[in-house]
Unconditional design. Structure first.
Length: 562
């Protein structure tokens, strides 16, 4: 940057430049060489002063502000600061997968899908990609798993025979039975394998955890109202049809998930040139997500991987079990191929969202890139059919120009569904048990988390923790605000609404010119632009105020927004 100088110094420098005298040789009469001058000219940065350039620069500054926030909790609050009533988001969830949903899932998560054949250990053969399980260990696990399956079906049948039991629909019945099967199989496998695999003793098991993630996606065609709004302003007419970013919120609740304090090793590290080629294979879904059947809603940005932020906890996902019960509601006319694509889309969405939420708890988010990959394993099952997937999260930048220029891609590889057993006989016995599926399931448990990083490497953008703050009031405010945002409770005052008669008689036709202007649209107030900190502070009764703050300025509690 150029420094301001007196007028005579600027004139002298200009004359010396005309005479060809290098400025680096200029000296003052009263001291050494002047440090204001350099051998090579230094010019200020040339900035793009167009509307688009200013918006990009403003967005980059905001992303940098989020990165500079010291704690994880404050980063979660900072993302929600621009919207008091929440963002308008595309509702991604684990209970609704429309027809032809795989392309949009790949585009919105920047994922390359690979279909593989399950790696199974045959009798007398060895597996290279997965840990080899001993025959005695497998036999013990097989007996316990079969017993767990028979117990789960017997218990489910017992629940159905209760005199006061309400009749269940097919989706609820499948979820109930699968929940029992998954919990029993997890208990049996942990009990058998924990003696030989020490990492299973350190796992955290979450039952029906809350998995939520928020991110921004670029390269989407603008809605009609956005196009109409821009065409109404001359300085934005040319950018009316340019792609825009859409905000996405995933909400899911798997049957069960397992977490560990160390992360799984990456299984694919392609070169940058290879990633660029792979990124061209990702389908581009430019249309509005509502054209497929997805809905939109307004809510705060929430990132919850099944637990609250902690200092030294099990922050890395090992395995999750997802439900496919809602697939019963899909019309048979969709065909078998679309059913398999729906399973792939569910695996991609759930795996990406869980890893993204974990990345948020390590200081990253949709606007601040990962510095190392994250991995997890996903199982989609209805108790009988089992699909196995592995997911590697390499990048979080999917918004704006990154949808085209980002050299990184995420990877997902998985298999088609395989039956664990054929049926349960009327006598309660398991028929045609599939050993190959059990071996594949054991391999997922036996995959040892081997990547260990220091606190600085694991959380490079996290400089502190709220427990380090001296003020208890500040710690309480931050923790309470994070959980209030994650609850997504409605505000005590609803969003201002424009009534139909107001649009007809006040907005479209000025027929009430003499009426006092009190409504928000008459005062040129956009309620959606209200920020998170624009609210009345909590009142402190006089008897509870500190001694030095009995006066008027101490009657409101301070806020500690980032």
């Amino acid at each position: 940057m150029l420094k301001l100088r007196p007028v005579n110094q600027l004139r002298l420098a200009y004359l010396r430049g005309l005479s060809g005298q290098p400025q680096a040789q200029t000296q003052r009469n009263d001291g050494p060489a002047d440090e204001e001058y350099t051998a090579q000219p230094v010019y200020p940065e040339i900035r793009d002063l167009t509307h688009k350039g200013r918006k990009q620069r403003s967005a980059a500054d905001w992303h940098e502000e989020i990165r500079q926030v010291p704690t994880v909790e404050e980063k979660l609050i900072k993302i929600n600061m621009p919207r008091y009533y929440g963002y308008k988001v595309v509702d991604f969830n684990d209970t609704k997968i429309p027809y032809n949903a795989l392309p949009i899932a790949q585009h919105y998560t920047r994922t390359v899908l690979e279909k593989t054949t399950p790696v199974v250990k045959e009798e007398g053969a060895k597996t290279e990609e997965k840990p080899v399980t001993e025959d005695d260990l497998f036999k013990a696990a097989r007996e316990d798993v079969i017993e767990a399956l028979e117990f789960a079906h017997d218990y489910s049948r017992h629940l159905d025979q209760q005199p006061k039991a309400a009749p269940l629909d097919a989706v609820t019945r499948e979820r109930q039975l699968t929940q029992i099967i998954v919990e029993q199989l997890n208990r049996a496998l942990l009990q058998v394998l924990s003696a030989d695999y020490a990492h299973l003793n350190e796992l955290e098991v979450d039952y029906n955890p809350r998995h939520e993630a928020f991110w921004a996606v670029g390269g989407v065609d603008p809605p009609k109202n956005v196009i109409k709004s821009k065409k109404g302003q001359k300085w934005q007419e040319e950018a009316a049809n340019e792609p825009v970013d859409r905000l996405v919120q995933y909400t899911g609740a798997p049957y069960l998930s397992l977490r560990h304090r160390h992360q799984l090793a990456p299984w694919k590290t392609p070169a940058e040139s290879e990633s660029l080629e792979l990124s061209k294979q990702i389908p581009r879904f430019k249309h509005d997500a509502r054209t497929l059947g997805y809905t939109t809603k307004h809510q705060h940005a929430t990132n919850v991987p099944g637990y609250w932020p902690s200092v030294n906890g099990q922050n890395f996902g090992l395995l999750s079990f997802q439900s496919r019960a809602h697939l019963q509601l899909r019309p048979k006319s969709y065909g078998e191929r679309d059913l398999l694509e729906a399973l792939d889309a569910l695996a991609i969405k759930s795996s990406y969202a869980w890893l993204l939420a974990q990345a948020n708890y390590n200081g990253f988010n949709t606007y601040n890139e990962l510095t190392y990959p994250l991995n997890t394993q996903t199982v989609i099952t209805n108790g009988r059919e089992w699909s196995f997937y592995e997911y590697q999260l390499n990048t979080l930048l999917v918004h704006g120009h990154h949808v085209d220029s980002n050299p990184r891609v995420n990877f997902c590889r998985g298999s088609e569904p395989l039956p664990l057993y054929a049926e349960i006989s009327p006598a309660g016995k398991c028929v045609d048990f599939n050993d190959a599926v059990l071996r594949q399931l054991i391999n997922l448990y036996a995959n040892v988390p081997s990547v260990r990083r220091s606190q600085v490497e694991e959380q490079p953008y996290v400089a502190s923790h709220i427990s380090a703050y001296e003020k208890a009031e500040q710690r309480e405010f931050i923790g309470k605000t994070v959980k209030h945002l994650a609850s997504n409770r409605p505000r005590h005052l609803e969003l201002p609404e424009t009534y139909m008669w107001e649009k007809l008689y006040k907005i479209d036709n000025n027929t009430r010119a003499m009426e006092a202007r009190r409504r928000f649209f008459e005062l040129d107030v956009n309620p959606w632009r209200r920020t998170l900190d624009q609210h009345d502070k909590e009142y402190v009764p006089r008897a509870l105020r500190p001694g030095a703050e009995k006066k008027r300025e101490g009657r409101r509690k301070p806020t500690y927004y980032p």
